[in-house]
Design a protein around this ligand. Structure first.
Ligand SMILES: *[C@@H]1O[C@H](CO)[C@@H](O)[C@H](O)[C@H]1NC(C)=O
Ligand SMILES: *[C@@H]1O[C@H](CO)[C@@H](O)[C@H](O)[C@H]1NC(C)=O
Ligand SMILES: *[C@@H]1O[C@H](CO)[C@@H](O)[C@H](O)[C@H]1NC(C)=O
Ligand SMILES: *[C@@H]1O[C@H](CO)[C@@H](O)[C@H](O)[C@H]1NC(C)=O
Ligand SMILES: *[C@@H]1O[C@H](CO)[C@@H](O)[C@H](O)[C@H]1NC(C)=O
Ligand SMILES: *[C@@H]1O[C@H](CO)[C@@H](O)[C@H](O)[C@H]1NC(C)=O
Ligand SMILES: *[C@@H]1O[C@H](CO)[C@@H](O)[C@H](O)[C@H]1NC(C)=O
Length: 227
C-alpha cells in the first residue's frame, strides 16, 4: 500500500470518528449559536468546551417565563448515542466571567437519562414543557440568567449548550409560543430516572433516589470547580 493510500484511509477513519459524536441542539427557547463545528480552532469540537460550548455570552437574549417554562432539544445531532445523561442548570446574572453568570451551580431538574435509537444519526427531539426555576431560588421580571444544558456522552465527556435569557411575565407576548411544533417527544427516545444504590443500605426508597439524583448535578459541578 502506498503512503498516499494509507493517508487516504486514515483521513476516512478520522472523518468517520468525527462524524459519530452526538451533539445537542437547543430548539427552545433558543441557543447562543451554532456550536456543532469541528475545525482547527476547535479540533475536538466546539461543543465540548465548558461552560457553554465555546460561545461567549450573547446580548440577543430570549424571554423565558419567570414561573419556569419549556426546554426543547435535539440530543442526537450527527449520531445517536444509545444513552446519554442530561443536566439542566441555571446561572444567575451577569457578574461572572465574560459578563455571564458567576457559575452554573443551580440544577433545575434532577439528572435524567435518555435512551435513543442506537448507531445512526437521529433527528429526534424531546421537550420538558415545564422546567421550574431551581429549588429555593427566585427571580424578578427583567433579571438576566443563562440556561445550561449538559449532555454526558457514553464515554463520560460532556457536551455543553447554553441560552441567555431574560425573565419575563408568563403572559409577555414576546415569549415564544410553545406548541406541538417546537415542544414534543419523538417516539424513538425514552427516559430513565437515574437510580442509585446507597452502599451498605438494605432499604431503598423513591425519596432517597430523588435526593441522590438531585445531589448529582451539584456533585458534578463541585468536581468541575476543582479542575
Ligand atoms: C443570537 O444570535 C446568534 C447569531 O446570530 C444566533 O445564532 C442565535 O440563534 C441567537 N439566539 C437567540 C436566542 O435568538
Ligand atoms: C472554526 O469555527 C468557528 C465557529 O464557526 C470559527 O469562529 C473559527 O474561525 C473557525 N476556525 C477556523 C480555523 O476555520
Ligand atoms: C440584561 O441583558 C441585556 C442584554 O444583554 C442588557 O441590555 C440588560 O441591561 C441586562 N439587564 C440587567 C438587569 O443586567
Ligand atoms: C454561584 O453564584 C451565585 C450567584 O448567582 C452565588 O450566590 C453563589 O454563592 C455561587 N456559588 C458558588 C459555589 O460559587
Ligand atoms: C431549600 O430550602 C429549605 C428550607 O430552607 C431547605 O430545607 C432545603 O434544604 C433547601 N434545598 C436546597 C436544594 O437548597
Ligand atoms: C408554534 O410556535 C412557533 C413560535 O414559537 C410558531 O412559529 C409556529 O407557527 C407555531 N406552530 C403552530 C402549529 O401553531
Ligand atoms: C416528554 O417526556 C418527558 C419524560 O417522560 C415528560 O416529562 C415530558 O412532559 C414529555 N414532553 C411532552 C411535550 O410531552
Amino acid at each position: 500500500m502506498s503512503t498516499t493510500e494509507v493517508l487516504g484511509i486514515l483521513t476516512v477513519l478520522c472523518t468517520v470518528v468525527l462524524a459519530v459524536e452526538a451533539h445537542t441542539v437547543l430548539t427552545y427557547p433558543g441557543w447562543r449559536g451554532d456550536n456543532l463545528v469541528t475545525n482547527e480552532t476547535w479540533p475536538y469540537g466546539m461543543q465540548w468546551t465548558y461552560p457553554c460550548g465555546g460561545h461567549f455570552t450573547t446580548t440577543n437574549r430570549t424571554k423565558w417565563p419567570i414561573t419556569g417554562g419549556a426546554i426543547s432539544l435535539q440530543p442526537g445531532w450527527f449520531q445517536g448515542h444509545a444513552t446519554a445523561f442530561f443536566y439542566m442548570n441555571l446561572g444567575f446574572g451577569t457578574d461572572g466571567p465574560d459578563h455571564g453568570p458567576p457559575n452554573m451551580s443551580f440544577p433545575m431538574v434532577p439528572v435524567f437519562q435518555i435512551v435513543g435509537p442506537s448507531r445512526n444519526p437521529y433527528p429526534g427531539s424531546f421537550c420538558l414543557p415545564q422546567v421550574p426555576l431551581p429549588v429555593n431560588t427566585t427571580a424578578k421580571v427583567g433579571d438576566n440568567a443563562t440556561i445550561q444544558v449538559v449532555e454526558i456522552a457514553l464515554h463520560g465527556a460532556a457536551l455543553y449548550s447554553c441560552v441567555d435569557i431574560t425573565f419575563a411575565d408568563p403572559h409577555d407576548p414576546e415569549i415564544r409560543e410553545v406548541n406541538e411544533t417546537n415542544c414534543f417527544n419523538s417516539t424513538d427516545i425514552s427516559f430513565n430516572n437515574v437510580f442509585s444504590m446507597a452502599a451498605g443500605s438494605q432499604t431503598s426508597s423513591a425519596q432517597r433516589t430523588l435526593e441522590i439524583a438531585s445531589a448529582l448535578p451539584l456533585l458534578a459541578l463541585g468536581l468541575w470547580a476543582l479542575l
